[in-house]
Design a binder for this molecule. Structure first.
Ligand code: FAD
Length: 413
């Protein structure tokens, strides 16, 4: 089989690329390959389904007619190798597809830490639709779950369990939660709130083993502490880009697949986008992974435009996390961890947004962090273009919303 455009991945980055190609070119053949069967769905919605806020069928983001109506060929199968010299891929070690141009949008997969007992039935990740389907029967009131890890996805899983009336223990090796999403102060506030929901949150706690008991439940053995009893376990200790099938190709991988501002890899005609790609950031870093849904969509779009030969550079990704958990809005954007040299502006609690901090550097706003109220998201929305423009600004942080409104207007006109 031969196709003009071959896209590996049927999610945020892959679909954004396929749709951009089709918008600009009605004639090119487009083939999408995906190792996960069925219609495209959103990983972002999985915690909402576990919480019972959405029905299982709401996870899908494209319908049954989608591929046919857009004239996309769809192949279910796992890409096992790429031969960039011959310009073809092999699927399931079995059959090959030739391409003119290729987009790799294979996302990432959960890391499995070397904990004895991690490979047993009853120990899950929360990453795919099938993980969610396996977890749903366990989400019954009164059950006990141990969540290992306290990043964005783990704490969402824990929050879903709390919402459904489960007894939750969160076990974290580091001395604080969510390091890539909020700063130290935000982590303290959120930890206190999590504990107020009767979650047994343990930081600086090492999991030694996950032991199955004769009744099918688990004992989580901890270093220097009494073990924790659980009916099932969720492990969320980070993710790794899906690049294993690139072994033997000439494509440069440095954790993620390295791409330039056109989303092209070091091999001409091969592009990468989304969680698998280490690309330019808004702050000028050449190769960073921002594993976020909106970033995957942006990268997919720019990859497609450049696969069509339009030579349009991507302005670079800006990390932005927003979630609601434990009755708080938790959000961050850009560089919020106040590195040395940053000016830190704390927005007074009296403004009713909770804990909010904005960081600037030489009068350029570089990041913000919030553990507080949803109302602050108006400010976050206005900060985004200001951070991306890297302009020096004069802002009265005591009247941030008012001044950002003026600035945003100025930036847009
Ligand atoms: C529970 C959860 C909650 C999240 N919440 C948020 C959120 O609130 N906000 C946010 O911005 N982000 C969130 N994310 C992250 C977001 O989902 C990812 O950034 C986004 O899905 C990345 O899209 P992608 O297209 O790069 O990769 P993915 O969505 O991971 O898709 C990868 C695709 O590649 C396919 N694939 C992989 N390997 C192969 C192979 N060898 N052969 C063929 N096909 C292959 C897969 O089947 C899949 O179709 C969340 C993620 C999870 C798991």
């Amino acid at each position: 089989m031969k196709t003009d455009v071959l896209i590996i991945g049927n999610s945020a980055a892959g679909l954004s690329a396929a749709e951009t190609i089709r918008k600009h070119d009605k004639t090119k053949s487009v083939t999408i390959v995906s190792s996960e069967g069925g219609n495209a769905y959103s990983r972002v919605l999985l915690p909402y389904i576990l919480r019972g806020k959405l029905k299982e069928e709401n996870v899908f983001i494209r319908d049954n007619n989608y591929y046919q109506s857009n004239d996309f060929d769809y192949i279910e199968g796992k890409v096992t190798s790429i031969n960039n010299k011959e310009k073809n891929i092999t699927i399931d070690n079995n059959y090959s597809v030739n391409y003119e141009s290729l987009l790799i949008a294979t996302g990432s997969s959960p890391i499995k830490p070397p904990i004895p007992g991690i490979d047993q039935d009853g120990v899950y990740h929360m990453w795919t639709k099938s993980d969610m389907e396996a977890l749903i029967p366990h989400f019954q009131s009164g059950k006990r779950v141990a969540v290992i890890g306290s990043g964005f996805v783990s704490l969402q899983a824990a929050w879903a369990a709390v919402s459904k009336g489960l007894q939750v223990t969160v076990i974290e090796l580091a001395n604080r939660i969510m390091p890539s999403v909020i700063d130290n102060k935000g982590a303290e506030i959120l930890s206190e709130k999590i504990r107020s929901f009767d979650v047994d949150l343990r930081t600086e706690t090492m999991t030694n083993a996950i032991e199955k008991q004769p009744d099918g439940s688990f004992l989580i053995q901890l270093k220097g502490q009494e073990p924790v009893a659980a009916d099932f376990v969720i492990v969320g200790t980070g993710v790794r880009p899906n690049t294993g099938f690139l072994a033997g190709s000439d494509i440069t991988v440095d954790r993620g697949i390295c791409v330039d501002e056109f989303m092209q890899t070091n091999v001409e005609g091969i592009y990468a986008a989304g969680d698998v790609a280490a690309g330019p950031t808004s702050f000028g870093d050449p190769h960073q992974i921002h594993a976020l849904w909106p970033t995957a969509i942006e990268m997919g779009k720019f990859a497609a435009l450049n696969m069509l030969g339009k030579k349009i550079p991507y302005e670079g990704s800006l990390n932005m996390n927003v979630t609601q958990m434990y009755d708080l809005t938790v959000a961050s954007m850009g560089n919020f961890a106040d590195e040395s040299g940053d000016e830190v502006h704390l927005i007074p609690e009296s403004q009713g947004m909770g804990y909010m901090k904005v960081c600037s550097r030489e009068h350029r706003i570089v990041g913000a962090c919030l553990v507080g109220k949803t109302s602050a998201m108006i400010i976050f929305g206005m900060l985004r273009p200001v951070i991306r423009q890297h302009k020096q600004v004069t802002v009265d942080y005591m009247n941030l919303e008012r001044d950002l409104q003026k600035l945003t207007y100025g930036l847009m006109h």
